[in-house]
Design a protein around this ligand. Sequence first.
Ligand code: CMP
Length: 140
Amino acid sequence: MTIERTLSIVKPDATRRNLTGQINARLEAAGLRILAQKRLRLTREQAETFYAVHAERSFFDDLCDFMISGPVVAQVLEGENAIVKNREIMGATNPANAKDGTIRKDFGETVEANSVHGSDSAETAAREIAFFFSDIEIVG
Ligand code: CMP
């Protein structure tokens, strides 16, 4: 049994539609524990730094525009195989390709406004968690 932590973000399209509670309920029902959570408005510099790995992609500027268009809710999730489990609960990046019952299928609007972000590996999770939270803010 591998207990992991992962970084989740409820994106501006979801906070705009007041979906944070419904998304959190799905995460908790699947056995993930929310160890830390904060609602904030990203600056452009923060969005560009967070998504720096995508800096050369054609969608980078639009992605950063979108991520600063409203509040986000950043979260640390913990649970068994939390990284993969959260990605299963989220569904495919493009809501059109996501399986029934996933967050992105049920709530996502477009590949950009896809309601949630989740870390894709242990290395990414460590970096992304540290981007938003200090150790003292993460309560196990
Ligand atoms: P996320 O998991 O937050 O990681 C990068 C984001 O880029 C992704 O979700 C999508 O919301 C966004 N994005 C926008 N356009 C594309 C695209 N064409 N392909 C992949 N991701 C995209």
